[in-house]
Design a protein around this ligand. Sequence first.
Ligand SMILES: *[C@@H]1O[C@H](CO)[C@@H](O)[C@H](O)[C@H]1NC(C)=O
Ligand SMILES: *[C@@H]1O[C@H](CO)[C@@H](O)[C@H](O)[C@H]1NC(C)=O
Ligand SMILES: *[C@@H]1O[C@H](CO)[C@@H](O)[C@H](O)[C@H]1NC(C)=O
Length: 184
Amino acid sequence: MEKSVGILIASTICLFFLLGITQASKESQKPHFFVEGIVYCDPCRSLFKTNLSVPLEAAGVRVRCTDPKTHKVTFDMPSVTNSTGFYSVRVEGDHKNAICSVLLMESPMENCNETPCGKLDYETFNVTLTNNKNNDNNNGNIRRVNDFYFFAKEASPKCKQEFKNMQDIPKLKHMIRCGPFTYM
Ligand SMILES: *[C@@H]1O[C@H](CO)[C@@H](O)[C@H](O)[C@H]1NC(C)=O
Ligand SMILES: *[C@@H]1O[C@H](CO)[C@@H](O)[C@H](O)[C@H]1NC(C)=O
Ligand SMILES: *[C@@H]1O[C@H](CO)[C@@H](O)[C@H](O)[C@H]1NC(C)=O
């Protein structure tokens, strides 16, 4: 009697275990993506990385998808950066027919919370969240987007020298509209 109860319990545990495995593999087969990037404080107000850029912890970002026809939000997920300025947003599902973007939301630093032209528009990146085979990126389901920068209220006096030391200053034509930036 005791033996058969034991067997029953053992086989029940085994059954749950197997269910768990199939559940887990189904879970990993569902399309999902990781949108990743880094948020910096830019003490040079330059919108590109220098040796003076500092990764920002607890900066807010969000991944949002909208239907281009109805303008309805079809996915929306906030996230924050960790101590290395890094964020990784897990996106469930395939968003083939949506416009998806990564938005910079919030700075944790009062003296480093400005954005170019006072707008967040320059701190938005579109991202393709589909495994559509026409999509020619080979990064699997990881979407690494460009760095985000919050500007310090005033450019650090060290920046001039930093720009002089740099071999290549990235050209940011679209920024000229709302300059001047310190490197110009
Ligand atoms: C920060 O997040 C990234 C991406 O999720 C991860 O690779 C890294 O190990 C994290 N660093 C710390 C210090 O938690
Ligand atoms: C993102 O895509 C939409 C639709 O194609 C476009 O209107 C918008 O300008 C794009 N945004 C960026 C930051 O490239
Ligand atoms: C930035 O730091 C690296 C590593 O310390 C150094 O090799 C490089 O020359 C620095 N760049 C500038 C522009 O000072």
